[in-house]
Ligand binder design. Structure first.
Ligand SMILES: C[S@@+](CC[C@H](N)C(=O)[O-])C[C@H]1O[C@@H](n2cnc3c(N)ncnc32)[C@H](O)[C@@H]1O
Length: 260
């Protein structure tokens, strides 16, 4: 990880050991390599091999309206407050292939807020960001997304938002016309905008305590006075250095509000 950092500036040094070991072992098998030293040599010599390894290290999996109770809580408890702002800025950190950004955009449109919202959806994986920009998801997955959408308080037929062709669903491009999909690393970059809501789900689980605190520091710095922070279902700020700087808004749904 040290060598990757020096060669490519991607910083995986503060990711948790267990999950990284799993990813690297999986990558070895998939890339047909015998040992970590083989992998290291190939990766450092060939940027294309590093690009392949990145697909394993970053865990590019997502879902639309993942954990519907989270989106329901955003809809009921956070959007009515955001509505009081003349313009709304939302940061989706670790957006992967874009499902979370599309979910947010659909919800904002239904609540009449999309027009005045700017969403920044960021990630370190360029392949994922490109897929996110395209907004095309497997039709097979969309069945599950439809149930999630309905459980999250969705108000329409989910099929209103996409066009199905063959085995894929292309989501309405106007949903993400004002979404900026951009490269940003929580491990190495700094804050780029003042936001009212940061949603960073299923990303901090891969970080050790030091890196979790770095990311939470960025979110705290980015959020406006009394801004909102949403995390994944297995994540919490309770044991972090930021435990007292956010208060719970919807504890079970992992939504917090900036305290100071
Ligand atoms: C499991 S996915 C979560 C996707 C989405 N947020 C969700 O909950 O469905 C984790 C994402 O975090 C991204 N990620 C990993 N390290 C990161 C970092 N240092 N900065 C920003 N994103 C990172 C990965 O590329 C991956 O897309």
């Amino acid at each position: 990880m040290e060598a990757i950092y020096l060669r490519y500036s991607y910083d995986f040094r503060d990711y948790t050991g267990a999950s990284q070991k799993r990813r690297v072992t999986h990558a070895l098998g998939q890339l047909g390599l015998a040992s970590i030293s083989d992998l290291q040599e190939r990766v450092l010599r060939d940027p294309a091999v590093f690009a392949q390894l990145l697909q394993f290290l970053t865990v590019p999996v997502s879902e639309m309206f993942r954990d519907p109770a989270y989106f329901l809580a955003l809809r009921r408890q956070v959007l009515p407050v955001l509505e009081t702002y003349p313009s709304i800025k939302i940061w989706i950190a670790g957006c992967s292939t874009g499902e979370e950004a599309y979910s947010m955009a659909i919800m904002l449109r239904e609540e009449g807020l999309l027009q005045r919202a700017q969403i920044y959806a960021t990630d370190i994986n360029p392949v994922s960001l490109e897929k996110a920009r395209q907004g095309i998801f497997p039709l097979e997955a969309v069945r599950g997304y439809t149930t999630n959408y309905q459980r999250s308080g969705g108000q329409r037929a989910f099929s209103d938002y996409y066009t199905a062709a063959y085995d894929a669903a292309r989501f309405d491009p106007s949903l993400c016309a004002d979404v900026i999909f951009a490269d940003h690393s929580l491990a190495t970059d700094s804050v780029f905008a003042e936001t009212q809501l940061v949603s960073c789900r299923n990303v901090l689980i891969y970080f050790n305590r030091t890196l979790q605190d770095r990311a939470l520091g960025l979110f705290h710095e980015s959020l406006c006075h009394r801004g909102f922070l949403g995390l994944g279902s297995k994540e919490s700020i309770d044991f972090s250095g930021y435990a007292t700087r956010f208060g719970p808004l919807a504890r079970d749904e992992r939504i917090y509000r900036k305290a100071s």
